[in-house]
Ligand binder design. Structure first.
Ligand SMILES: Cc1cc2nc3c(=O)[nH]c(=O)nc-3n(C[C@H](O)[C@H](O)[C@H](O)COP(=O)(O)O)c2cc1C
Length: 441
């Protein structure tokens, strides 16, 4: 199986930073360096750094609840990953960059550069962003509509691929005797003129060691799946349980095949929150302890930012209203979350506390053996190719997973004991794209 570590300073559980074992003042490079080295020692495929381009201010109309109730600092992914590239040797380095608030030339250059300085370990999580708060930091009043931002993302990724292809693998051949450095016949303009972008090229960085840095996409909606089926190499998925995971896995692999690609050209990694303790009983007690530390406002303000909808306009102790048609942010996953809350008869406060527990990702709760059993069940029943491991609290949540669960997975032959490749593409077992395959029709 393949494992990505969701890198945070505070854990994803909204009670994690308040747990007695947490050290919520961290977030300095020494913390991330130690985490990266420990994940590499545990042979994770990659580190993954998420991103958001704003401090959410939709809940109640201002930033107060975001600032007050949970850690909301975000280290810029490429900056952090560049530093981690210098202190690690084998582990992959994945970071988020938005296709809505960046330019293809900029994205292509950043990830090609990270791929060069890390000797082939870079991955780009191409997201479309979710909120008006993000739009307002980039000259817009409102975020692009859902279908519009995916159309822009499609063209964006196409241009990035062409920029990476603008240099042949063997373009750079320094010849001291002849005085020639590179072959101009092997470097070419891109000359892209589309609906969103006009890009001449070529890229100012030679072809990346992986050919193309790994392309990750994360999402759940139908339009997302159509795009991911055509372009993604790794999909970060949100499946709340194994049955939905099996259905989602089959649907996406079928779409990949329908798009004319081998089904195994895409690795599907659902996010999972491990809650690990010495016994199952203690793990459930730990989860209850963490859940008791979540404030409803913390979960509701985070949800509001991700949905691009202000849940603060409804009474917090009243029933969850059916606002599914008003979601303008992340649609796929919140259609499910709101539907579930209505079916369960929750109040908004109950929904906020539930969401703050694992952000709707699956929780794997139990002893190390129980958690390993659950992971094995997902892997062996076509529910996943691996996982995005999202520790609930830091560093405790990561330590327990790496020290206690990973050795069991290794002993069962489900996870590598040693890296067998030098590049992230190699760890993932994905083919290197040939330049010719990516020329425009
Ligand atoms: C594991 C995982 C990581 C994600 N990381 C980010 C991120 O860093 N930044 C972001 O804007 N969205 C992130 N998302 C959310 C999606 O990229 C996306 O915004 C949204 O879920 C897609 O919306 P859709 O379901 O309506 O297509 C992540 C999702 C998952 C499952």
């Amino acid at each position: 199986m393949h494992l990505a570590l969701f890198v945070t300073a505070d854990g994803v559980h909204h009670g994690g930073w308040r747990h007695p074992s947490a050290d919520p003042g961290r977030g300095d490079f020494a913390f991330f360096r130690d985490l990266g080295l420990r994940a590499e020692a545990a042979r994770f495929d990659l580190l993954f750094v998420a991103d958001k381009l704003a401090v959410d201010d939709i809940y109640g109309g201002d930033i107060a609840s975001t600032i007050r109730f949970r850690p909301s600092r975000g280290t810029e992914p490429l900056t952090l990953l560049s530093a981690l590239a210098a202190v690690t040797e084998r582990i992959g380095l994945g970071g988020t960059l938005s296709t809505s608030y960046s330019e293809p030339y900029h994205a292509a250059r950043l990830f090609a550069s990270l791929d060069h300085i890390s000797n082939g370990r870079a991955a780009w999580n191409a997201v479309t962003s979710v909120s008006d708060a993000e739009a307002r930091n980039f000259g817009r009043d409102e975020h692009f509509a859902h279908d519009v931002r995916y159309a822009r993302a499609d063209e964006f990724m196409h241009v990035v691929g062409r920029l990476w292809d603008s240099w042949d693998e063997d373009a750079v051949r320094p010849d001291k005797a002849a005085g020639t450095f590179a072959d101009p016949a092997k470097v070419r303009y891109v000359d892209h003129a589309g609906e969103w972008f006009r890009v001449r090229g070529p890229l100012s960085v030679p072809r990346p060691p992986q050919g193309h840095p790994i392309l990750i996409q994360a999402g759940a909606s139908g339009v997302f799946l159509d795009l991911a089926a055509r372009r993604a190499e790794v999909v970060f998925a949100v499946y709340p349980d194994i049955d939905r995971a099996r259905a989602g896995y089959a649907e996406l692999k079928a779409k990949v095949a329908a798009a004319g690609r081998p089904a195994d050209a895409v690795r599907i990694l659902p996010g999972m929150v491990p809650i690990v303790a010495d016994t199952d009983t203690e793990a459930h007690a730990l989860l209850a302890q963490l859940d008791g530390l979540v404030t409803a406002e913390s979960g509701l303000s985070f949800m509001s930012g991700s949905m691009n909808y202000d849940l603060g306009q409804h009474p917090i102790d009243g029933p969850v209203p059916d606002i599914r048609s008003s979601i303008r942010g992340s649609k796929g996953r919140f259609d499910y979350v709101i539907g579930k809350a209505i079916a369960e008869g929750w109040t908004l406060a109950e929904l906020g506390r539930w969401y703050g527990s694992s952000l709707s990702f699956a929780k794997f709760v139990g002893s190390p053996e129980t958690v390993a059993d659950m992971m094995e069940a997902w892997i062996t029943s076509d529910a996943a190719d691996g996982f995005v491991v999202m520790p609930a609290s830091m560093p405790d949540g990561f330590d327990r997973f790496a020290d206690q669960v990973v050795p069991i997975l290794q002993a069962r032959g489900l996870f590598r004991r040693q890296y067998e490749a030098d590049t992230l593409r190699g760890h993932l077992g994905l083919e290197t794209p040939l330049r010719q395959q990516h020329q425009p029709a």
